[in-house]
Design a protein around this ligand. Structure first.
Ligand code: ZN
Ligand code: ZN
Length: 362
């Protein structure tokens, strides 16, 4: 099969590799669409170390073509979404209502749950990103990371729910639990930032401020109806501008959907005492934060989210349903389509800010 293989930082190419076979508890999916997520750049740049060679892609959607032994809830022919979260429903964190923090699936090992690799090329082992590796014609994925969705959902529109779109929606809906009539500031107006704004609007926020250093990105958030105001961070004092929009107080909710030095400090400074601040972005791997204790003594809650803090098998079908009812405009954030052969270019476009949200359609 054809797959996008990364053989080291900066080395991404489409290769012909062996067709994978699912083992116990795994399903084989014919990928129909896969989102191009900013996180992929952390692996291709080496910011977040993963073992090479590795098949990239972690926002896959497709149709199940084969199931391994012990697969109980997924059948051949099911339309499915993958997820970066695969709760075991049995570990300490899962039993404490933290499915996104499941202890039974270590991150970035490139291996499957049994500790072995599933992909190969003429005898050479190839790793799998996020138990998925969906920049490929087929992906073998543990059942825990796969959710059946309704057959009529357009896979190229909903595939982003596997990671980036759910991360943004979940940050606002499930992590911050944004209240009706409230105000929110979102630093970063890329795919995850737009999804966060969409989630905040869905929950009833009446002031949603989109911030970006690229003015056209923030403006687009307003044009799409996800934000009420746009701030060009390259030429504007962001904190003052947000205060001006919130009676001098600062926003009720702050979301840092970027994650470079300074953005979290800016997010906190743009919120009011008592606000909830959520860390979402991780554009540069780990970043240090300097925070004055008074910011937290004044009742701010500082938290973060992994993957939108969702339980995929519960929340993904809900998001899909809301999309099909026209209440979540998932199509609105998509701006560019690519073929699998164009995947290296898609990553380059994302890196250079030429696209907001791309999707590879097979
Ligand atoms: Zn678990
Ligand atoms: Zn992602």
């Amino acid at each position: 099969m054809k797959a996008v293989v990364c053989r080291g930082p900066g080395k991404v190419a489409v290769e012909q590799i062996d067709d994978p076979k699912p083992k116990s508890g795994e399903v084989k999916i014919r990928i129909a669409a896969v989102g191009v997520c900013h996180t992929d750049l952390n692996f291709t740049s080496g910011n977040v170390p993963v073992p090479f060679p590795i098949v990239l892609g972690h926002e896959g959607a497709g149709v199940v073509v084969e199931v391994g032994p012990e697969v109980r809830g997924i059948r051949v022919g099911d339309h499915v979404l993958c997820s970066i979260i695969g709760p075991c429903d049995a570990c300490f964190q899962c039993l404490h209502d933290e499915p996104a923090l499941c202890e039974g699936a270590p991150m970035f090992t490139g291996k499957m749950l049994d500790g072995t690799t599933r992909l190969s090329k003429a005898g050479e082992a190839i790793h799998t990103l996020h138990y998925q590796g969906s920049y490929a014609e087929y992906a073998v994925v543990p059942e825990r990371f796969v959710t059946k969705i309704r057959d009529d959902a357009p896979l190229e529109i909903v595939c982003g729910l596997a990671c980036g779109v759910s991360t943004g929606l979940g940050a606002a809906i499930h992590r911050a639990k944004v209240l009706p009539g409230s105000s929110a500031v979102v630093i970063g107006s890329g795919g995850v930032g737009l999804s966060t704004m969409m989630g905040a609007r869905f929950r009833g926020a009446t002031t949603v401020v989109a911030v970006d250093k690229l003015a056209h990105k923030a403006k687009k958030a307003v044009e799409l109806g996800f934000a009420t105001h746009a701030i060009d961070a390259s030429s504007t004092d962001v904190v003052k501008a947000v205060q001006d929009l919130t009676a001098g107080r600062g926003a009720d909710y702050g979301f840092d959907a970027v994650g470079v030095p300074g953005t979290l400090e800016q997010t906190i400074a743009a919120t009011r005492p008592g606000a909830t601040v959520v860390v979402i972005g991780r554009a540069m791997g780990s970043v240090e934060l300097r925070v004055e204790t008074s910011a937290l003594l004044r009742h701010r809650t500082l938290t973060g989210t992994f993957g939108g803090s969702i339980h995929p098998r519960r929340h993904l079908p809900e998001f899909v349903e809301l999309c099909m009812q026209g209440r979540l405009n998932l199509a609105g954030i998509l701006d560019t389509r690519y073929s699998l052969d164009e995947a290296p270019r898609a990553l380059d476009d994302l890196h250079h800010g030429r696209v907001t949200r791309g999707v590879i359609v097979l």
